[in-house]
Design a protein around this ligand. Structure first.
Ligand code: ZN
Length: 494
């Protein structure tokens, strides 16, 4: 079957026919997590979006080198060069080695990705493992005259760059807007212009993550790592660079400027960005009290959650929206996704139980048409919600056959199983969950809640023997019980 894959390119602001730079091979770089806290929904969406892209490109026969970095150093504020290094801050607070913090959250991120059935990338480079490459990038930009040294830091000279090239090609901003919008945020005297961004930052004496450099001890600016590691592993020109839409400006805009300033042209052919997630219509943020980690979703241990949502429910929910649409999380929407996923998986199970009949009215031609429609949706910029709607249509046909209202031919039955295997499992990356019985899960959770209620009552009655017994027995079974001001929360440690 001939495929004409179309990808929406943020750079050109239109869909383009996908033609890789090197026939048969695809280089894809996706900005990975910053490992100073638990993975949350903001991590799940790009991970799942680019997992879909990775799976589909491989399915089409491309040899894909997928690089997703780990950001384990840097002042990680999106709109400022001067935010503190959160990993170093956390390390200081908890008296840990910074790499201990980074490793801990990297492990937890990997675990969450496994739960979501997100395939590991081909290469997962760490920013701290590529300081030399980042210094080389900074030196090249300095040599080419697009950066300057100031008080032990090196800044990108945006105005100079903008005179020779155009700063803002990706985000569609022009320098004037950027200058007007950045005034309030910044008053650093060591920059020539407030829009200049740091390529290398001088480390203050108390800064614990620091490396020697020609400009003194310091650490790389946060846009450097992706340019340096992308070039190292994918070459000076590669096919796809992706991430969340919030990275378009300044991160990816700065990456383009760094590429052009260092090598004379852009590195990336297709820029892809997934849209953002809101929670009950609100932006997600720690200060808004709606910051829910993936672990909290999986265990239901956040006050905003009516129940635990399985990793596959989260995955299915994300795939039910096109990656360029916004997604709003609410309990109602998640419950609807859980039910939808159950319906789809019941269809898959039902399919295995169907008997074929030679004179069936559901024929191979019908399955061929279904398959073609699913591929057409994937070829149209990875339109997973359309694929899912075709699969739901197919489930209705499966149910009609199961109910004796239609008959399916043997060839059609085999072909239909193959279509489901390809799209449900291989491409959408869904899997039957080990304990997919949501009702049983819920009853189990309520039973633990009930035990903890009994414990609360015994505590109130100063019946310490009973309250301690419940706590100790639950702990022995692997539950982690935490007392809060309004009772207790629990989780089951696996
Ligand atoms: Zn990046």
């Amino acid at each position: 079957m001939e495929h004409q894959l179309q990808i929406y390119n943020t750079r050109s602001r239109r869909k383009e026919v996908f033609e890789p730079i090197h026939a048969g091979h695809v280089g894809m770089y996706v900005c990975g997590p910053t490992v100073y806290g638990d993975a949350h929904l903001g991590h799940a969406r790009p991970a799942i979006t680019f997992d879909l892209v990775f799976r589909y490109l491989r399915h089409l026969g491309y040899k894909v080198r997928y690089v997703r970095n780990i950001t384990d150093v840097g002042h990680l504020e999106h709109d400022s060069d001067d935010g503190e290094d959160k990993i170093a801050k956390k390390a200081k607070l908890e008296q840990l080695e910074p790499m201990e913090v980074a490793q801990y959250y990297t492990n937890r991120f990997h675990h969450a990705m496994e739960e979501l059935n997100v395939l590991p990338p081909s290469i997962e480079p760490h920013a701290t493992g590529h300081i030399i490459e980042q210094e080389q990038l900074v030196r090249k930009i300095l040599d080419n005259g697009y950066a300057y040294e100031s008080h032990g830091s090196v800044y990108f000279d945006v105005e100079k760059y903008n005179r020779d090239h155009h700063y803002g090609v990706l985000s569609g901003r022009n320098l004037e807007d950027v200058i007007n919008n950045s005034r309030a945020l910044d008053g650093v005297g060591e920059k020539r212009n407030q829009v200049d961004f740091a390529l290398w930052k001088h480390a203050q004496p108390e800064h614990i993550m620091r490396w020697p450099s020609p400009w003194g001890d310091g650490f790389p600016g946060w846009h450097c790592e992706c340019t340096a590691m992308g070039r190292k592993y994918l070459g000076a020109h590669f096919d796809i660079h992706g991430g969340g839409m919030d990275l378009v400006f300044p991160h990816h805009e700065c990456e383009i400027a760094q590429a052009v300033a260092s090598q004379g042209d852009e590195m990336v052919k297709y820029w892809m960005h997934n849209n953002m997630i809101t929670i009950n219509g609100q932006k997600m943020g720690k200060s808004l009290g709606n910051f829910i980690t993936l672990d909290q979703f999986f265990t239901g241990t956040h006050e905003a959650l009516a129940e635990a949502y399985s990793p596959m429910t989260i995955r299915f929910f994300i795939l039910q929206a096109h990656y360029r649409s916004t997604v709003d999380f609410s309990n109602e929407a998640l419950q609807a996704s859980r039910k939808g996923l159950e319906r789809l998986m019941e269809g898959v199970a039902q399919l295995d139980r169907l008997a074929a009949s030679a004179d069936g009215d559901v024929t191979l031609a019908w399955v061929d048409e279904l398959r073609a429609k699913c591929y057409a949706a994937m070829d149209d910029d990875f339109n997973s919600p359309i694929v899912i709607s075709h699969l739901f249509d197919a489930c209705r046909t499966v149910n009609r056959v199961a109910d004796g209202k239609a008959r399916i031919t043997p060839e059609a039955l085999d072909a239909l199983k193959e279509v489901f295997r390809t799209f449900v499992f291989d491409l959408l990356g869904l899997r039957a969950e080990a304990d997919g019985n949501a009702a049983r899960e819920e009853a189990f959770g309520r039973a633990v809640d009930l035990l903890l209620d009994v414990r609360q009552t015994s505590k109130a009655n100063k019946d310490w023997a009973t309250s301690d017994k419940i706590r100790n027995e639950l702990t022995a079974l692997g539950f982690e019980v935490k007392d809060t001001k309004d009772g207790a929360t629990w989780r089951l440690n696996k």
